[in-house]
Design a protein around this ligand. Sequence first.
Ligand code: FMN
Length: 416
Amino acid sequence: MTPTRSNRTLSNVYSVADLREIARRRLPKGLFEFIDRGNDDEIAMRENLDALARIKLKPRVLADVSSRSQAITLFDRRQQMPVIIGPTGSAGLAWFEGEIALARAAAAHGVPYTMATGSMTAMERVAREAGGTLWFQLYLWPERELSHQLVARARDAGFEALVFTVDTPVAPGREYNLRNGFVIPFRFTSRNVVDVGMHPRWLFGVICRYLLSGGLPRYENFPAHMQTRITALPMGRSMATNPGMNWDDVRALRKLWPRKLIVKGIQHAEDARLAADCGADAVVVSNHGGRVLDSAPATIDTLPSVVEAVGKRVTVIVDSGFRRGADVVKALALGADAVMLGRAPLYGTASAGEAGAARALELYRDEIDRVLGLIGCRDVNDLGPQHLMVPPAPVASDQPGVELGSQEARIRGVVL
Ligand SMILES: Cc1cc2nc3c(=O)[nH]c(=O)nc-3n(C[C@H](O)[C@H](O)[C@H](O)COP(=O)(O)O)c2cc1C
């Protein structure tokens, strides 16, 4: 094989942490921190990782694991790995047309790619040029009819699922963005000009390529009159928040959207029930990767209560903090149907475009396969509480009638 620049970049990548490190070096600090960090004191972001680390896997031996499968069936479709690439609005800044890179890597690995509302590549182009299973993520604007236009476009472009993100009614606090001058509209400060100047590979490889092919990146999925450059503020405000969102919006989307409807950002069993009652096909237990509410619980701790509440009625997906194949195995053993990945494939994209995103998926594939072998499980569909040792859940107060600290407040049946 002729060594390409991407192959060389990826030659020493053995973990998601390695991809993160390459991304850290390639990207201007302001952009890297936007991708990498959480919000406020980053308690939730750390807790996602710590809670996963607290759960242990219980190996069984002599189980003949000579053949192993991690294929799952999600929405009646067979897929080779139990993961989904989640929506990340900045993929097109991490790499030139990063959304196409991510979608192609997902298609090559037979997993869905979720395109974010705030992408820099038009959804129709991604559908044309990447193929595979495509989902569209929606931030619902206060001007509902404009958002509903996007929903119609996604339907016409053949997207298979609509992912309605509900966890950002108001904007989260991210002080590092303000310090780095990484804000929208983008303001040129001596700090961020120096930052960009110190990362010429990114400047030439991403921004200059956009300039040569028509100008600074735009929000290509926004309606024409809102398609400002990233240096301007569309409609004069944040386009990810809407304090007026409510359950009627889910019902309205259910009427408009003919395919799978997924509500992303659920952190309470009762909200999962309401989503199912409104006609959602799936929920994503997510705290946005610890990027919105800083004292949110780890999603792996919330997952069992959501599975118990709605697991028989709707598909349950989980995300936030899944950096290793072992983490994915733990979520499936706790009843998740699949795991969504946010930062990991984005670190890969920032490192080496499509090849980097594909490398991220390969890492999960290899690690899941290895862990299955080591715990004596041949098929991810056989995973269950018997494979886990789970510490007492810190709090499970969303269960009606449960007193804090009582035995029932622990994750039921999995303290083995
Ligand atoms: C840089 C970045 C941008 C994101 N943009 C969006 C978005 O536009 N819409 C959305 O629903 N979630 C967005 N998310 C959240 C992810 O979809 C996902 O919930 C989260 O990253 C999962 O945690 P993880 O990064 O630890 O895997 C974003 C996350 C990151 C890191």
